[in-house]
Ligand binder design. Structure first.
Ligand code: NAD
Length: 363
């Protein structure tokens, strides 16, 4: 199977879909890989490393020629879609629940789109779960950004000048990103509390030695393990309860999300007003509108001495490891679609059918 790896063109995107390590493994499994010159540069993977791994380096103009699959991180721009041969497999984060025009473009072009977001979250597909691999990186980076902004040391320190109290951190939304944020904040020495609306989370976080902050709201868990959206009344109750408790924390990392929906608003402006100056909120949900009412996606803002970090695409800021993990997810999917190095699309397979968002005759 011939696979092409373009240089990402989305603004601010530093990741690359395949790293040299994975290129070698795919080569050994019978794949031919073409990589656009400079594709890995922003993530720390130079062209030479790809050449050594057995990739052919080419210019953008000849990349898609003869490719049976194009693998990317972000969804392709319209001009990239226009350059695809009909029938080409296109793999990437295609935002199937929120980018209907992008998906329609792929369908019109006759591309067979596989969205990394749509890989079923079943045990057999864990190695392909890019939502989890990238959320892990985002959760880590969120805490590092908070540590950089907060004017306090995270750990308790006993020094000749006396004792310093540890940072008190709150993680809201304890899915994949939130659990990594909890672990990272703990490693840095913070005293961590966490909250999630899924009933199973209380036990999970308590088993990590983290206090569960009970805000008195519970949501159902869907079959896929996601939370259902709160009713407006429940949301108001959550906001009011959080407003009372939030002044206790120096750092708040929010990761609450409902797939395909705007991020739930958890922290109203009135709650930010109650926080101590110097406190920091890192809003990992900024991309889908943010969990905090005052978050400005893509920006860092300050209100009454409280910093609100709305930086988007956190995995791209850790492009080396984010790409390495993503690349392994993509390679696992490629090997699933082409087990002997030849493309065999089995539409009765749960992973192949589940991840596909455009194919001939359907969407
Ligand atoms: P996500 O990114 O969609 O959401 C993040 C978290 O926000 C979730 O834990 C959700 O419950 C929480 N949330 C939603 N609304 C909230 C609110 N109003 N207040 C507070 N929290 C709120 O979810 P995710 O991190 O992708 O994972 C969701 C679940 O799927 C987790 O249980 C995870 O362990 C599970 N999962 C399973 C597999 C598998 O292979 N079986 C793989 C990955 C994740």
């Amino acid at each position: 199977m011939r696979v092409a790896v373009p240089r990402e063109t989305a603004p601010g995107e530093r990741r690359v879909a395949l790293v040299p390590e994975t290129v070698s493994k795919l080569r050994a499994a019978g794949f031919e890989i073409k990589v656009e010159r400079g594709a890995g540069a922003a993530a720390g993977f130079p062209d030479d490393a790809y050449a050594e791994a057995g990739a052919e380096l080419v210019d953008a103009s000849s990349l898609a020629e003869g490719a049976e699959a194009v693998v990317r991180v972000a969804a392709p721009a319209a001009e990239d879609v226009a350059g695809l041969e009909p029938g080409t497999v296109l793999i990437g984060f295609l935002s199937p629940l929120t980018d209907a025009p992008g998906v329609a473009r792929l369908k019109e072009r006759g591309a067979i789109g596989f969205a990394m977001e749509s890989i079923p979250r079943i045990t057999r597909a864990q190695s392909m779960d890019a939502l989890s691999s990238q959320a892990t990186v985002a959760g880590y980076k969120a805490v590092v950004l908070a540590a950089d902004r907060v004017p306090k040391l995270f750990p308790m320190l006993m020094t000749a000048a006396g004792t310093i109290a540890p940072v008190r951190a709150l993680v809201i939304g304890a899915g994949v990103a939130g659990l990594q944020a909890i672990a990272t904040a703990r490693r840095l020495g913070a005293v961590v509390s966490a909250f999630d609306v899924r009933p199973a989370v209380k036990e999970q976080v308590e088993s990590l030695g983290v206090a569960f902050l009970d805000l008195g709201v519970r949501a159902e868990e869907t079959e896929g393990g996601y939370a259902t959206e709160l009713t407006p009344e429940q949301q108001a109750q959550q906001q009011a309860a959080l407003e009372k408790r939030i002044p206790d924390f120096d750092v708040v990392v929010t990761t609450a999300a409902i797939p395909g929906r705007p991020a739930p608003k958890l922290i109203p402006a009135s709650a930010v007003a109650r926080m101590r100056p110097g406190s920091v909120i890192v809003d990992v949900a900024a991309e889908t509108g943010g969990n905090c009412e005052l978050t400005v996606p893509g920006e860092v803002v300050e209100h009454g001495g409280v910093t609100i970090v709305g930086t988007t695409n956190l995995p791209s800021l850790m492009a080396f490891h984010a790409s390495q993990l993503y690349s392994r997810n993509v390679a696992a999917l490629l090997q699933h679609l082409a087990p002997e190095g030849e493309l065999v699309l089995d539409w009765d397979d749960e992973i192949t059918a589940g991840a596909c968002v455009t194919r001939e005759g359907s969407t």
